[in-house]
Design a protein around this ligand. Sequence first.
Ligand code: ATP
Length: 369
Amino acid sequence: MARVEFKNVVKEYHDEKRGTFTAVADSNFVIQDKEFVVFVGPSGCGKTTSLRMIAGLERQSSGDIVIGDRIVNQLHPKDRDIAMVFQDYALYPHMTIKENLSFGLKNLKRPKEEIEKKVMDASNILGLSEMLDRRPRELSGGQRQRVAVGRAIVRDPQVFLFDEPLSNLDAKLRIQMRVELAELHKRLGATIVYVTHDQVEAMTLGERIVVMNKGRVQQIASPSVLYNQPQNMFVAGFIGSPAMNFMDARIANGKAHVEGAAFELSEDMIKALKAYEGKEVIMGIRPENIYGEDFAEKMSISKVNSMQTSVQVIENLGAETLLYFRIGARMVTARVNPETDVRIGQMMNFVFDRNKMHFFDPATEERIV
Ligand code: ATP
């Protein structure tokens, strides 16, 4: 069983400038056997530190880390039965690919036949068989990345740890490697913990995602739950691109009043927002849930919640067009059909999907509904 568990794990660093700095604050989660879990969050949120603590490259200040059925707090990295793939691949430049792949097993003094078989199996899985006699500099970035993964596979670990493994690749190759990693996970049936700052990468790879910010776990959930039911404004704004729009609103008489419009609430929203009657809240809606009037009509989406306003900026991205307009001081983005015929300054009726509106408490930033 290759589950990984954090129990009240804290990591503090001490330095002269910041004094005691909490990089990871009271972190609790369970990664199930064979699960692909992604740690995601902005730079400095503590995701790499969390991964390095699983690996044993960093020692937690308090709390327990469990791998399989063992508390591994005292165990040296090499005894934790994990394999880590680093961002810079860390290949040995003077060794051939075959030697790079065999190196770890040779160190463990495994029998020659076993090494040979494991290296062959891993190269077949990763499409490296033709390049075993080459050196790393003779490979492309994507191929080097595969060798780094291969080196982890031959060790047959309980848990694979990936630290931003795709960040040195160009955009196209990154997408290709993403698909390969997802397939590899299915094939190996292994537990994978994967760190990235890229929310798209997290959403496409993770069966579950741990969203972190400032050393704290914000939410642990599947991609669709993160997208549809974000725990708070941080998660709502971090997951999804372009980001969710936020606007100041006041709840009164079954409506959310924003500058220039009043939006009707659904029954569920009215119930959930009862305690906020007459009060300020933050309303959130994703750009893809604001439509042009024609589109709303075509899709039979209720136009009860719409506002007439002028288009400030237009970004044509080919497959979609982003339109920007103002509500009060905030710029709001709508992602619309690229065929929408519109000019800057033109008045347009934007339809807000009533069922896709979210509301947040302005003090706690937690989602109310
Ligand atoms: P990035 O995407 O930039 O790598 P991250 O989410 O992986 O960010 P960590 O590397 O885990 O972030 O760092 C979390 C915090 O801990 C940061 O504020 C960082 O400056 C601090 N930190 C990390 N390592 C050390 C260290 N050895 N000494 C002091 N502070 C550290």
